[in-house]
Write a protein that binds this ligand. Structure first.
Ligand code: AMP
Length: 140
C-alpha cells in the first residue's frame, strides 16, 4: 500500500495538526493518544513515512523501539503502575485506523481498557499527564 501523506500523524509531524508531545529525537516522536484507552496511553511513531511496521527501515524501527522502551519506563513511573502493554496494528484488516506506523504504550491492566480510538479525552487532562511523563523522562 502506498503511503498517504495526508494521514493525521504525517500532518502532526509536519506541524500542520496539533498534538500533545512527550518526547522527540532524530528518528522518532511520542505523543499522548487523544482517545486514550487508559490514562497515560502514549503513541510512539517514526518520523519516517511508513504505513506499517513492515515498511520501516532498520534505523527507524530501532529508533522507535528504543523510544518505546524509554517512554514506556517513564509512563510506568509517572502513572505509578508496575506494568504496561505494548501493541501495534498493521493494516485495516488488523484494525489499524491511522496509516502511519506506530506503537501503543498502555500502562496498567489490559482488563480495564476503554474501546479503541473511541472517546476523545479532555486535552487539559492529557496535557497534565504529558507533563508528568516529561518530568519523569527528564530525571532519567
Ligand atoms: P491504530 O488504530 O492502531 O492505527 O491507532 C491509532 C491511534 O491514534 C488510536 O488510538 C487513536 O486514538 C489515535 N489518534 C487518532 N488521531 C489522533 C491524534 N490526532 N492525536 C493523537 N492520537 C490520535
Amino acid at each position: 500500500m502506498s503511503y498517504d501523506n495526508d494521514n493525521i500523524f504525517a500532518k502532526i509531524l509536519r506541524q500542520e495538526a496539533p498534538c500533545i508531545p512527550v518526547y522527540e529525537d532524530t528518528h522518532s516522536f511520542a505523543m499522548m493518544d487523544i482517545m486514550p484507552q487508559t490514562e497515560g496511553h502514549v503513541l510512539v511513531i517514526p518520523k519516517e513515512a511508513a504505513t506499517t511496521v513492515y515498511d520501516l527501515s532498520a534505523e527507524a524501527l530501532t529508533a522507535c523501539m528504543l523510544t518505546v522502551q524509554k517512554v514506556g519506563k517513564a509512563v510506568e513511573k509517572a502513572l505509578q503502575v508496575e506494568g504496561s502493554s505494548l501493541f501495534q496494528l498493521n493494516g485495516r484488516v488488523a484494525g489499524q485506523t491511522v496509516p502511519h506506523a506506530h506503537f501503543h504504550v498502555i500502562p496498567g491492566s489490559l482488563l480495564a481498557l476503554k474501546g479503541h480510538a473511541a472517546e476523545q479525552a479532555d486535552p487539559a487532562q492529557l496535557q497534565k499527564i504529558a507533563e508528568k511523563i516529561k518530568a519523569t523522562l527528564d530525571t532519567e
